[in-house]
Ligand binder design. Structure first.
Ligand SMILES: Nc1ncnc2c1ncn2[C@@H]1O[C@H](COP(=O)(O)OP(=O)(O)O)[C@@H](O)[C@H]1O
Ligand SMILES: N[C@@H](CCOP(=O)(O)O)C(=O)O
Length: 319
């Protein structure tokens, strides 16, 4: 359960006194999520999400994340809109944590997305990329190639507990990916964690995108590679080319990938796989057994890395 920090009634009342968001009708912790503490707040005026920012979110990055959501929402992207208090402030401190209210989005996330959902997702990512073009703040991707080396160093002595000798293969992959990582592809603001739990649907169409706390400036095609990994593999690990084809068709219908982006996809997909393998492996070894939060399986992403390692051409993704 992702409530790491409890909020007392007194603290909540003191915080709400700063806002004009109505009388509280309901306030409860949200079980889903991994990174932050999230609470649902219903008032007689509207519904909101209160987030207390935890371990992986650096306080210095919050103006980027919250400013980005405000920018994208103003451009018509259906994402949470940060709520200003009576003094115009978004960012607060609650229970010793940075905290903010954002608007509640309708819709529900899918456990088993189908090609129709992948197509709509592709359109939504492309719209996000276009809408972010004139966002003026910049945030480097802390979890890109250089960050992976750091993460690997922190689990190097432990990784072989997952599979004997996996460290050796990891070094080989990290070196190979770093040596070939493209830098000249079209770039801008990307979401960087658009997994099915962060996308809401209504009537088979994307109705909202949430969880912008890994957003950063990076390659547009890398965002798509992250999505392909998260949306286009079946539970048994099989790659579903129909879903990938739909994802890319949806994206191309709004912003066409250029030839260099398409050619780079197998490498970007390997990078995306190793990035999530590494954060999951880090959490695997650093989350206490009795923690409320459920650890995600790093090996799922090791198998995705192996799949892409065998791909020589983006044609394998239905392109
Ligand atoms: N703006 C929102 N509207 C509706 N539900 C939300 C919103 N933001 C978060 N949630 C709910 O909270 C859960 C956790 O949010 P998320 O941002 O994914 O957390 P974390 O960053 O901790 O992983 C989501 O799965 C969703 O149920
Ligand atoms: N999507 C990541 C974990 C981050 O969780 P989120 O709830 O913030 O999306 C993964 O699957 O490893």
């Amino acid at each position: 359960m992702a409530v790491y920090t409890e909020v007392s009634v007194e603290d909540l009342d003191a915080l709400l006194a700063k806002y004009d968001i109505g009388q509280v009708l309901a306030f409860k912790g949200i079980a889903e999520g991994v990174e932050n503490s999230n609470f649902y707040l219903g008032t007689d005026k509207a519904q909101y999400i209160l987030t207390l920012y935890e371990k992986r979110v650096a306080a210095g990055d919050l103006p980027f994340f919250l400013g980005l959501m405000e920018h994208l929402a103003q451009k018509g992207v259906n994402c949470p809109l940060p709520v200003h208090d009576l003094d115009g402030r978004i960012l607060q401190t609650l229970a010793g944590r940075p905290a903010a209210f954002v608007t509640f989005l309708s819709g529900y996330s899918l456990k088993r997305p189908q090609p129709v959902h992948c197509h709509s997702l592709g359109e939504a990512i492309a719209r996000l990329h276009l809408a972010g073009r004139d966002f003026t703040l910049h945030r480097d991707n802390a979890l890109s190639v250089a960050g992976w080396q750091e993460l690997f160093a922190s689990i190097e002595g432990l990784a072989d507990r997952l599979v004997p000798k996996i460290s050796l293969s990891l070094v080989r992959h990290l070196d190979d990916i770093a040596a070939h990582w493209p830098s000249k592809l079209p770039q801008g603001v990307i979401h960087a964690d658009l997994f099915p739990d962060n996308v809401f649907f209504l009537d088979n169409r994307v109705s909202g995108l949430i969880d912008f706390y890994f957003a950063c400036n990076d390659l547009f095609a890398y965002d798509l590679a992250i999505c392909m990994n998260a949306w286009c593999f079946e539970l048994d690990g099989a790659f579903n080319v129909t879903k990938a084809r739909a994802l890319f068709a949806g994206y191309n219908s709004v912003r066409a990938l250029d030839d260099a982006e398409v050619a780079a996809l197998p490498l970007l997909a390997k990078g995306a796989a190793i990035r999530f393998f590494l954060t999951r492996a880090y959490d695997w070894f650093n989350t206490p057994d009795n923690a409320f939060v459920k650890r995600k399986d790093p090996m799922e992403y090791w198998r995705k890395l192996a799949f892409h390692d065998g791909v020589k051409h983006a044609g394998a993704y239905g392109l």
